[in-house]
Design a protein around this ligand. Structure first.
Ligand code: EPU
Length: 335
């Protein structure tokens, strides 16, 4: 069950070819419980991975990598208007979105084609086109690494925020997410078409779940590189938040700065725009590069190590800081 010295090339979307000392998957809670009793589990540091679409490996990993591979999809409570579905952490995110859209369950369609697995949807509070996972997550089922206790954490206690949750903070390395429960609409769907060009792309098509999904897929495909063809991890940086006062100052010099109001005093700035303004879009640095259609995405032309990407990201961060005085934080986790 536990493999040794395996290449991680097929387990991270940057396609970085480093090795993990130990590697294990679990297909059920029973398998996870058995795994947690092994010496390898007890005596090594551990890293949980999903689709590997938010990780940047910079060297071999000397501990145990655990990949949840439980793939159950269970319909739980159902009413006339909504359904609660419990999903295994190992289900590929977009397979679940497709499953819901096929069955006419709404609320998830804007999150089509996001790479990664169900477990990461809760860790990362994935989001796109005006929707975040927190809008549809009801509960998260988690396994305590130290005590083997299984707990259910409700939406509020997950402390979701923009690409943030309790699993990236207080519970990091303490829990393994085994399942996530989502609430979806069965009819009277509330469509969210306000972000960017969705309406425009939909054109004369009927507004329904399938058409929204297909539209989002085509928008994403036009902007984001397919990790199967070229190594990348989607947005490399988070969009930074700044105060209204800072924004007003910046607007004097950069009237076109792309911003979104979060609240009275807080604005989100499009990091892709900042990076493009610094001249990085489409640039190559050694074996790494900035994607030509979306400057927020870093790509890996080689596959030996993440070092060039780390160097490139530092250069980008520095130039954005120098030009705009804004600090970029990476969405991708360095290992
Ligand atoms: N922009 C530029 N230049 C660029 C990229 C973007 O000027 O190189 C401008 C766009 O023209 C647009 C604005 O910045 O006016 C926002 O761009 P976009 O709609 O592409 O979204 P984003 O803010 O760059 C975020 C998410 C994406 C998600 C999209 C759509 C983050 C870190 N990224 O990107 O998520 O797909 O919105 O909702 O929040 C991911 O996390 O991996 C990811 C792809």
């Amino acid at each position: 069950m536990i493999k040794e010295n395996i290449s991680l090339k097929n387990f991270n979307t940057f396609n970085i070819d480093v090795q993990s000392r130990f590697f294990a998957e679990f297909c059920s809670i029973e398998e996870l419980i058995s795994l947690s009793k092994t010496d390898t589990f007890i005596n090594n540091k551990k890293l949980i991975i999903g689709g590997g679409s938010n990780l940047l490996f910079t060297k071999d990993y000397s501990g145990l990598i655990i990949k949840p591979s439980n793939k159950e999809i269970v319909h739980k409570k159902e009413t006339k208007n909504s359904i609660c579905i419990k999903v295994g952490a190992g289900v590929v995110w977009d397979d679940f979105v497709n499953y819901c859209v096929e069955k006419e369950f709404g609320g998830i369609e804007n999150l089509s084609l996001i790479p990664g697995n169900i477990g990461a949807s809760a860790v990362q509070n994935i989001g796109a086109y005006g929707i975040e996972a927190k809008n549809i997550i009801k509960n998260v089922y988690a396994f305590n690494i130290e005590t083997s206790e299984q707990i259910i954490i409700n939406n509020k206690d997950c402390k979701f925020n923009y690409r943030e949750s309790v699993f990236k903070n207080k519970y990091e390395n303490k829990y393994i997410i085994t399942n996530v429960e989502y609430i979806l609409s069965k009819n009277n769907h509330i469509y969210n078409l306000n972000y960017g060009a969705i309406k425009e792309h939909l054109g004369k098509l009927e507004v329904n779940l399938k058409n929204i999904r297909n539209t989002i897929i085509s928008i994403r495909k036009s902007k984001l590189p397919d990790p199967k063809l070229i190594g990348n991890a989607g947005s490399f940086f988070k969009n930074p938040y700044i105060s209204k006062e800072r924004l007003l100052n910046l607007q004097e010099k950069y009237p076109n700065i792309i911003n979104y109001k979060i609240d009275k005093n807080t604005y989100k700035i499009a990091a892709g725009w900042l990076i493009e303004e610094c001249g990085w879009k489409g640039k190559r640095y050694k074996d790494a590069g900035v994607y030509e259609n979306q400057a927020l995405v870093l790509i890996n032309y080689g596959n030996n190590s993440g070092k060039n990407i780390v160097e490139l990201s530092s250069k980008i961060t520095l130039s954005v800081k120098e030009k705009f005085g804004i600090s970029l934080n990476s969405e991708v986790k360095y290992i």
